[in-house]
Design a protein around this ligand. Structure first.
Ligand code: ADP
Ligand code: ADP
Length: 225
């Protein structure tokens, strides 16, 4: 697993200071949940780690090396969004291959990695299907396979279960936990669901108004008044 450090990260949208000097570490193989009310800065912090947003101050480090200067595709970061964000005109396999093709890998190697990623999320029988021929939960598994196919150092999950009904949600939560443990992937999960954070995360960081107010194991965080 790889270590992730956010060191004094500050993000501003015009007048809005969305993330206020957040310092937070995620240990190798750990899943950290970012929790807190809507608008507290969870998504902004996650997207800053992913490289979609530039911080005004502070640094993001993987294994002690700053990645701020790297574009999203070169950060070794896999991301799964709330809405599946699959390309509708591409099959499941083509969607998963997309991130790999940008790396100019040999065709046979791409095919092997796509197959492995679809197998990891138990979607090997659906390689040729377009997203519209898949259920919401299946689409989200493909999105997860796409994030995993690049063998990311860090897996970022931005409310990945929000669009799913309860049974699919529980199913995919177990699946992600299983995969994360098996590969020892370091992960950050954005959620506003306390039960989800409790069941999935090793530690939780509770944000409010752009700042981290509490960090600790779930039992500890929820023991406080
Ligand atoms: P959360 O993910 O916790 O709901 P966000 O990171 O989406 O919070 O938002 C944090 C703050 O930044 C909020 O005040 C939100 O309105 C603001 N914000 C988020 N994205 C943008 C944007 N693209 N432009 C301007 N303000 C934004
Ligand atoms: P989420 O919490 O999943 O980001 P939102 O509805 O808050 O969902 O945001 C949807 C999109 O709009 C995101 O890309 C976010 O960055 C952007 N956004 C959020 N708040 C603002 C804002 N105040 N001004 C402009 N864009 C915003």
């Amino acid at each position: 697993g790889h270590r992730l450090d956010m060191d004094g990260v500050r993000v501003r949208y015009g007048q809005t200071l969305a993330v206020r000097d957040v310092t937070l570490s995620v240990e190798p193989g750990e899943m950290l949940a970012l929790l807190g009310p809507s608008g507290c800065g969870k998504t902004t912090l996650l997207r800053t780690v992913a490289g979609f947003i530039r911080a005004e101050a502070g640094r993001v480090l993987v294994d002690g090396a700053a990645i701020d200067h790297l574009p999203p595709g070169r950060r070794g970061v896999g991301i799964v969004f709330q809405s599946y964000a699959l390309f509708p005109h591409m099959s499941a396999a083509e969607n998963v291959a997309y991130g790999l093709e940008a790396r100019r890998l040999p065709r046979a190697e791409i095919a092997r990695k796509v197959e492995a990623a679809l197998a990891a999320v138990r979607m090997e029988g659906f390689a040729d299907r377009r997203p519209r021929a898949l259920s919401g939960g299946q689409q989200q598994r493909v999105a997860l396979a796409r994030a995993l196919a690049i063998e990311p150092s860090i897996l970022l999950l931005d409310e990945p279960f929000a669009a799913l009904d309860r049974s699919l949600r529980l199913d995919l939560q177990l699946e992600i936990k299983r995969i994360q443990r098996r590969f020892g992937v370091t992960a950050v999960l954005v959620t506003h669901d306390q039960d989800e954070a409790m069941s999935m995360a090793d530690r939780m960081a509770v944000m409010n108004a752009g700042q981290v107010e509490q960090v600790g194991p779930p039992a500890e965080v929820y023991d406080r008044p």
